[in-house]
Design a protein around this ligand. Structure first.
Ligand SMILES: Nc1ncnc2c1ncn2[C@@H]1O[C@H](COP(=O)(O)OP(=O)(O)OP(=O)(O)O)[C@@H](O)[C@H]1O
Ligand SMILES: [Mg+2]
Length: 279
């Protein structure tokens, strides 16, 4: 079990009420550094609402979000802007700027939030586009590329700031199976190379069981299961069982991951990297 003191993100008693509707009913969650937490659950369960709180795009009605030991509600605007540079989000709808080229979309956060030279920006943005296999589309606008490519551009834009916490809201929805597996590898690569902590919302059970260190399942704004893939599969709850198994996922999928680096190993590496990093 993860200790809150070592955690990257702690969610405590998170309640969110919109008007007279309670969307989140007291969610508790601990996300370890360099861990991949996958959030599953039916449509409207509150998954997107939950993750928007993690990067302070929403304020809790009640409860706290603690990141690196700091309650993000206690930050002033300047501190929050600084903290946000360490968060990245791949939105459910791609949220690209239609009037900008693919290149400018990816360069945007660097231009807005860093003092890098245009030359360095060019280099970083093009490297990310290349890693995502969409560099050939750099001069096109979002309207001129396919949905799958737009998704990859959205991921490139989130990764270009090298965030410590990266939220992916349905990164593989609408992608073909081959591209979906590429996105899974990418999420895994970010974790392995940079010790990124990832929170991934998905309806794709193959993805969920391939990439998760831990899985949390939400039903109607409540966490009904939370644990390793094996633990979630063993949960004695018919709703959880139906949800996971109706997707036809091969329940032995996670067994091949014995050699995967642990979150603790990667967290150590991430801390070393951070201490050696020049801001
Ligand atoms: N800004 C808002 N104002 C009012 N209601 C909202 C707002 N955002 C979300 N909701 C409501 O909260 C509920 C949960 O929405 P949310 O988008 O978090 O679900 P989800 O689990 O991400 O679903 P999906 O799988 O369809 O993306 C929905 O009923 C939605 O209508
Ligand atoms: Mg959603």
């Amino acid at each position: 079990m993860l200790d809150a003191a070592d955690a990257h993100v702690v969610v405590e008693g998170l309640v969110k009420i919109y008007g007279d509707r309670t969307i989140l009913h007291g969610v508790d969650m601990i996300i370890g550094r360099a861990e991949t937490l996958v959030v599953i659950g039916g449509s409207g369960a509150g998954k997107s609402t939950l993750v928007r709180h993690l990067i302070a795009l929403e304020r809790p009605t009640r409860g706290r979000i603690v990141i690196d030991g700091t309650d993000i509600a206690s930050l002033n605007d300047v501190q929050l802007a600084k903290a946000r540079r360490r968060f990245g989000m791949v939105f459910q709808k791609y949220a690209l700027f239609d009037s900008m080229t693919v290149f400018d979309n990816v360069a945007f956060p660097l231009r807005e939030q860093t003092k890098l030279s245009e030359r360095d920006i060019r280099e970083k943005a093009m490297t990310k586009l290349k890693e995502l296999g969409v560099d050939h589309a750099a001069t096109l606008t979002p309207a001129q590329i396919s949905g799958g490519m737009a998704k990859r551009v959205g991921i490139a834009r989130a990764l270009v700031m090298e965030p410590e916490l990266l939220i992916y809201d349905e990164p593989t929805s609408g992608l073909d199976p081959v591209t979906s597996r590429t996105v899974d590898s990418l999420i895994e690569e970010m974790r392995e190379r940079f010790g990124v902590t990832s929170v991934v919302i998905t309806h794709d059970m193959v993805s969920a069981f391939d990439i998760a260190d831990r899985i949390a399942m939400l039903i109607k704004g409540r966490v009904v299961a939370q644990g390793s893939p094996a633990e979630v599969l063993a949960v004695d709850n018919a709703d959880v069982q139906n949800f996971v198994r109706s997707s036809g996922v091969d329940v032995t999928r996670f067994e091949h991951r014995g050699t995967r680096k642990t979150a603790a190993e990667l967290a150590l590496r991430a801390r070393e990297r951070k201490s050696g990093r020049v801001e």
